[in-house]
Write a new protein. Structure first.
Length: 292
């Protein structure tokens, strides 16, 4: 019995739901069941109804299974696992605090597994001296790497493809370098700017001076203007950290060192200078030490 005849016998349409078809079947089956219908054609009609319902449901179920199989079941093109990527190699490098601020180049030594060039189609040459027929060998290598400015202690740098060799058709692992930077008692860093403290004598602060100071790029001159006070910040333009092509500054924080008087003659000289430089009103607010 074809699909169209089944729908016609049950008096339903192709777009009706399974529930609609089931209801139509039950109504017809109850009507033509031989136990309740004594008509001679009832048994034949009942058999047609049952066959039509069974065929329709089989067709619908088979169609649903086919759709599910197309969605969920994919043909297995290749059951072999993909080639394995090489593992990473880790090493360390020590740099100074100043090198971490300005950036530098360092040579690092590491050992990695290198795939041998011997053999064909991935099959190693058993007579190869370098890999001894294993297909790979241990290689000691020295590489110069660029350490970026502003790198932090324990920060890791990754060099793609410089690790252990992968299987044929797969990528090599990476070289991972952990940078070690010591703490600094000289510099204070804020973003791209660097701060350093500089002690000057009382006369240098009063009269002015030129002092040699340390920067992350080497020594340079710092001009102390006359009358400089403690806590004054003198800017050394462009002597800070270079990030994204832009340089920060270095700020020199001045600390004026006040000398300790050793005897009365030094105190007398200081009093004379004090009298010369300060007005009576100012002197009246300052207590000068009289006894050493």
């Amino acid at each position: 019995m074809n699909e169209r005849e089944c729908y016609t016998i049950l008096g339903v349409k192709k777009n009706d739901t399974d529930a609609d078809i089931k209801k139509a079947y039950r109504d017809l089956a109850k009507r033509y069941h031989p136990d309740t219908n004594s008509d001679k054609e009832a048994a034949h009609k009942f058999a047609q109804i049952s066959e039509a319902y069974r065929d329709i449901m089989d067709i619908r179920h088979n169609r649903q299974r086919h759709i599910i199989n197309r969605i969920l079941i994919r043909p297995k093109k290749n059951t072999a696992p993909p080639p394995k990527r090489g593992s990473d190699v880790r090493t360390n490098v020590d740099i100074s605090f100043e090198e971490s601020l300005r950036g530098c180049k360092k040579k690092v030594l590491f050992t990695r597994t290198k795939r041998c060039e011997c053999g064909k189609d991935g099959v190693p040459d058993m007579s190869c001296i370098k890999c001894e027929g294993k297909g790979d060998y241990r290689q000691n290598r020295i590489m110069e790497v660029k350490i970026p400015a502003g790198v932090k202690n324990e920060q890791s740098l990754r060099i793609p493809g410089s690790g252990n060799s992968g299987e044929i058709g797969a990528e090599n692992g990476d070289l991972v370098i952990t940078v070690h930077v010591p703490k600094s008692t000289r510099y204070i860093v804020k973003d791209k700017d660097v701060y350093i403290k500089l002690s000057v004598t009382f006369p240098e602060a009063v009269m002015g001076a030129t002092k040699t100071v340390r920067t992350i790029y080497g020594d340079t001159d710092c001009v102390i203007p006359p009358g400089t006070q403690s806590g004054t910040k003198i800017c050394l333009d462009g002597k800070g950290i270079c990030l994204n092509g832009s340089y920060g500054n270095e700020y020199v924080i001045i600390n004026v060192v006040i000398p300790k008087l050793r005897d009365k003659s030094q105190l007398d000289i200081l009093r004379k200078v004090y009298t010369e430089f300060y007005s009576k009103e100012t002197r009246a607010t300052v207590q000068v030490q009289k006894n050493i």
